[in-house]
Design a protein around this ligand. Structure first.
Ligand code: UD1
Length: 421
């Protein structure tokens, strides 16, 4: 078991480069199943979720090569299995994208229910509703989802999602790609990685329009061909470094970002008193470490992302005054980290969907444990801002989504070490 040991209280200075987006990568890599030929994918983050997905694809017969850091070529031409290794599938959440991809290419799929971060109940009823609308028979047990063509065969259809779901939008987009006819997803999610997946698939020959709006149209095609595609920068990784500078203080250039994707985050940090300058593909952030209280409500994109809830909460714990943080996507998400922050001195009262955070002067170091990916990132930020030494355990959660986080923070002047026990 490894942990991070952080001696806090040092401002962050310098430049940090953001990797490709985790949530785009975990959609695009399984989408390679739809492609006849080689996909060369650039800006792939080297994180454990990506490694697991590539292992799953390789295990199914795909040829996977890391050509150089950040560049993976995948050729799924030789894949014949529609039953990915359940032990690998259960190691991560986004493995459910294999369902849509396999259904589209092979007209069947037998996929174990996914694992990953359990910060809330995470149903997949909207994915299933989509598959059924596309003509699939769905047999769902406690452990598996088995998809086969229904009596009328698989075909495009109109699907209106009951909740705005990233996962369901992605899965239905993939499933519809190679089916005859047109599919229209209404009330679709609009996250940047939905647009990125559509751009990847269109580069390979798919006919998807409207991604990034709440109506996505997919006109089925017979085959997708290989090609080269670069994944967008990670909005949440970038947001995490911005929050780290806000909380610990300092002056950092965060590069390889799309500033437009960051507006929902930077505008809140600016309200809290940090200075932000946007450039074409980078953002400079300057913080004296003295923050003002604010109000945040998480929402689907373009709202403030739920995946930044925990990181902004850390900023609130040391901001002057009383902040309110309302979660509207995953209501139980506070429980993954608020008690850990309290062990560091934070004053947080959870009232249903809202955390009321009364700012204190300084957090203090403590022994804390990550319970999910973003909660873990928040504890690292808290450790950087705190007085004294913080020990963050369960760091495998953090390494699911942050490439070389210790190296990157060290280069910014943080005192953080990864210690193997
Ligand atoms: C994705 C992200 C995750 C982020 C989340 C919300 C990936 C790989 N993961 O997760 O990091 O926290 O979006 O931005 O991109 N819901 C249902 N039924 C469903 C599907 C979802 O009720 O079939 C509900 C969920 O419980 C939740 C809301 O819809 O309340 C949004 O979930 P969704 O957008 O699907 O999240 P994920 O795709 O799992």
């Amino acid at each position: 078991m490894a942990k991070y040991v952080i001696n806090g209280g040092r401002p962050l200075e310098g430049t940090v480069t953001i990797n490709g987006a985790k949530n785009a990568a975990v959609a695009i890599l399984p989408a390679a199943i739809l492609v006849s030929g080689k996909c060369r994918v650039e800006n792939v983050p080297d994180i454990s979720d990506v490694r697991i997905l590539l292992d799953i694809l390789q295990d199914m017969g795909a040829e996977v090569i890391w050509e150089e850091p950040g560049v993976v070529s995948i050729d799924c031409s030789a894949v014949t299995s529609t039953h990915p290794n359940p032990d690998l599938v259960r190691k991560m959440r986004a493995s459910y994208y294999l369902m849509g991809a396999l259904l589209s290419r092979f007209h069947q799929a037998n996929v174990a229910l996914p694992g990953g971060c359990n910060f809330a109940s995470r149903p997949i009823d909207q994915h299933i509703k989509g598959f059924m609308a596309l003509g699939a028979d769905v047999d769902e047990t406690e452990d598996y989802v088995n998809l086969t063509p229904g009596p009328d065969g698989l075909h495009g259809n109109r699907i209106s999602l009951d909740v705005v779901s990233v996962g369901a939008t992605v899965n239905i987009m993939m499933a519809a790609c190679l089916l005859p006819g047109q599919t229209i997803i209404e009330n679709a999610a609009k996250e940047p990685h939905i647009v990125d997946l559509a751009n990847f698939l269109n580069t390979m020959g798919a006919r998807i329009s409207g991604a990034g709006t709440d109506t996505v149209k997919i006109r089925g095609v017979q085959t997708l061909k290989g090609g080269t595609y670069a994944i967008i920068p990670d909005q949440i990784e970038a947001g995490t470094y911005l929050a780290a500078v806000a909380a610990a203080g300092g002056n950092v250039l965060v590069q390889n970002v799309i500033p437009k994707h960051m507006d929902c985050i930077t505008s809140k940090l600016q309200e809290m008193g940090v200075k932000v300058i946007n450039y074409d593909d980078s953002i400079r952030i300057m913080s004296g470490g003295k923050l003002r209280h604010t109000t945040v409500k998480t929402r689907p994109y373009p709202g403030f992302p739920t995946d930044m809830q925990a990181q902004v909460c850390v900023c609130m714990t040391i901001a002057g005054g009383v902040s309110r943080l309302t979660e509207s996507v995953y209501e139980t998400r506070f429980f993954g980290y608020c008690s850990e922050l309290e062990a560091m001195g934070a004053d947080i009262v959870i009232n249903g969907k809202t955390a009321i955070v009364t700012g204190i002067d300084k957090l203090h170091g403590a022994k804390v444990a990550a319970h999910d990916l973003r909660a873990g990132a928040a504890l690292v930020i808290a450790g950087l801002a705190a007085e004294g030494t913080t020990y963050v355990e369960n760091i495998h959660f953090i390494e699911r989504g942050y490439e070389r986080i210790v190296e990157k923070l060290t280069a910014l002047g943080a005192d953080i070490q990864r210690v193997e026990e």
